[in-house]
Design a binder for this molecule. Structure first.
Ligand code: ADP
Ligand code: MG
Length: 615
């Protein structure tokens, strides 16, 4: 077992290598390193977009182009400005314009494109990637397809960055800064929200995350990084034409992200380096071998993509990471962090949830038929019934994942029918899922911290600049507190995917509790739990009830239900067939019939009855 080195040490070695490179490497390699840095900036955006959040874009080259063209137009005085504003004709003022224009454009494109899902999103990015490329070619004032020269170099502290060697410093300072900024972002409240996007919208929205906003935010960040690369590129080349901003380059960038390891920030730099060097090498080698000129490297890349997707979906970064195991930043939990503010709990016996005559049809199927129930503060209500009775459907309507066909849901006096789960989460309802929905590649602590999303405020910018540490410490301390409370302390820093299914269910309860809810919805919380775990869960729920929390749970384990709950509502075929105290339900004829199809069985037979009918 090798000793892991700290990530700081890796960064230091990397920075040192970058520092000595210009003194030892020949000028030709400086150009190569510059190209790697320029590509890395674009690919870093793609890592965020595609690797972390699962949104595939082929259109990043177009944003590089927007940055380059806007900057060229400004700094080469293609756009006339009044004399008073002539000072704006510098590359730095042009940078501000380029980033601004790109951000606004990305916002507009994103609002249209990001609504698309599945295969339509990548197709959408191809469509606008191509159209922007053609627009560049029609800009006659900037040389159309032929291009335009005479773009000024960047000057920094009075030094003109006219050579590749001079640009090298600026490019790589930008890369390192972006790597650091993105790492900061991913390790924050907003970052967890972004990472949660890959787990589907339902869980994220139920935790109060505005998924549409998060998608737009990372789309704009990725576009702005591409524009930054375009700015550096165009002032390095001092020439512009449309060809480096076409779809082919958009594909190359995506390939770099996938090859490097799309979910790893450093994978962006690795993927860019491998592809830029390989391309350079193959462009010389292949025509020499084949004895004729042509872009043969494209074919090799195509084959490489296929092999990669078959063999290693995570790219090559994980291999490298195994070779040199890197210890992440030590996660210091601050037990002294000030507790997060808490919600005001409902008065004892207040009606927290009021479901009135809810009906839900799926085509011809009536999954819920005129369902009504109330849950009071400080009460545990169980919703039971055979499989397919409609319990999860009712849960989804209560929590805003689904909208009733008719009827209404009121939560703490608010009409919440059809209001969306994010809104309802904000009012103090939190849930777990029958089929666990968690981020298996995030730690238990991070997963639970997602639950506390609405209890923090720090945004993207303060996360990138690390101004969020105080709030972050409070959120993590709260997550840790809930983890201890449910008995997962030992597993706090493990990946959620490594837990047993029972532990994953418990994790979901901790995540729900991190939201500081006054109503907890638990869909089959005891399924897959061992006896000891079940008893601990029962104790926890009793304690929560004592604190005034209202709890609605669906559960098949009748021993668990009968011992714990205050009241029971029984459903069958979408309808309520009984409601009452546990002992009343145990002796209820209609219930026994629903479970067994016969009326004269022993009462406790409910406990052992299969739950198989009705589907
Ligand atoms: P339970 O949780 O009690 O086992 P469900 O609420 O999951 O039952 O399902 C009730 C019925 O509604 C089942 O017949 C199920 O197939 C159907 N159903 C649930 N969700 C949908 C859906 N999105 N589309 C169509 N039918 C559905
Ligand atoms: Mg169910």
């Amino acid at each position: 077992m090798k000793h892991p080195v700290s990530s700081r040490a890796v960064l230091a070695v990397f920075a040192l290598l970058l520092l000595v490179a210009p003194f030892v490497l020949p000028p030709f390699t400086m150009t190569l390193l510059n190209n790697i840095g320029l590509a890395s900036l674009v690919v870093l955006g793609l890592v965020l977009l595609t690797g972390v959040a699962g949104l595939t874009s082929f259109g990043q080259a177009a944003f590089v182009g927007v940055g380059a063209y806007v900057s060229a137009a400004f700094s080469a005085s293609v756009l006339p400005l009044p004399d008073a504003l002539a000072w704006m004709h510098t590359p730095w003022a042009a940078l501000a314009m380029a980033l601004l224009v790109t951000a606004v454009l990305a916002l507009l494109v994103g609002m249209v494109t990001l609504k698309l899902s599945g295969h339509y999103l990548p197709l959408g990015t191809i469509a606008w990637g191509i159209s922007m490329y053609f627009i560049f070619g029609t800009l006659d004032s900037m040389g159309g397809q032929t291009g335009m020269s005479g773009i000024p170099s960047i000057s920094l502290f009075g030094v003109l960055l006219a050579s590749d060697r001079a640009m090298y410093g600026l490019i790589w300072v930008a890369v390192i800064a972006v790597v650091a900024g993105l790492n900061n972002l991913l390790d924050s409240r907003e970052g967890r929200a972004i990472r949660a996007l890959k787990g589907g919208m339902v869980m994220a929205e139920a935790m109060g995350i505005d998924t549409a906003r998060s998608r737009i935010v990372i789309f704009v960040i990725a576009a702005v990084l591409a524009a930054l690369s375009g700015w550096l590129y165009v002032h390095m080349q001092r020439f512009i034409n449309p060809s480096p901003f076409g779809l082919g380059f958009g594909i190359d960038y995506l390939f770099m992200a996938v090859l490097g390891g799309a979910a790893h920030v450093w994978g962006a730099v690795l993927g860019s380096a491998v592809i830029v060097v390989l391309k350079e090498w193959l462009q010389g080698l292949l025509p020499a071998i084949l004895g004729r000129s042509g872009n043969f490297e494209t074919i090799v890349f195509g084959l490489l993509i296929v092999v990669l997707l078959q063999r290693s979906r995570d790219g090559i970064w994980p291999y490298l990471a195994r070779l040199v195991p890197v210890r992440g930043r030590p996660l210091a939990l601050d037990p002294g962090a000030e507790p997060l503010p808490r919600r005001e709990m409902p008065h004892p016996a207040e009606v927290v949830l009021d479901v009135r005559h809810v009906t839900r049809r799926f085509g011809g199927l009536v999954a819920n038929n005129d369902m009504s129930l109330k849950v009071l503060a400080g009460e545990v209500l169980a919703l039971i019934g055979p499989n397919g009775a409609g319990k999860s459907t009712l849960f989804n309507q209560v929590s805003g994942v689904d909208t009733p066909t008719s009827g209404s849901v009121q939560f703490r006096g608010h009409e919440v029918t059809g209001r969306g789960s994010r809104h309802i989460a904000g009012l103090g309802m939190s849930r777990s899922f029958q089929h666990v929905r968690l981020m298996s590649r995030m730690t238990v602590l991070e997963n639970v911290a997602i639950g506390a999303h609405l209890r923090g405020k720090c945004g993207v910018l303060s996360s990138i600049l690390r101004l969020d540490r105080k709030e972050e410490a409070r959120i993590l301390a709260e997550a840790a507190r809930q983890i201890e409370r449910v008995g997962l302390k030992e597993q706090m820093f493990e990946l959620a995917g490594a837990l047993s299914l029972g532990q994953q269910r418990i994790l979901e309860i901790a995540r729900a509790l991190a939201a500081d809810p006054c109503l907890l919805l638990l869909d089959e919380p005891a399924a897959g739990l061992r006896l000891g775990e079940k008893q601990a869960l029962g104790d926890l729920l009793r304690k929560l009830r004592g604190e005034g929390m209202a709890i609605l749970l669906v559960e098949h384990d009748m021993d668990f239900v009968m011992e714990l709950v205050d009241r029971i509502v029984v459903m069958d075929f979408g309808q309520k067939i009984a409601e009452g105290l546990p002992e009343e339900i145990q002796n209820n004829q209609a219930v026994l019939e629903a479970y067994l199809g016969v009326a004269d069985e022993e009462p406790q037979a409910v406990a052992v009855a299969g739950v198989q009918h009705g589907q």
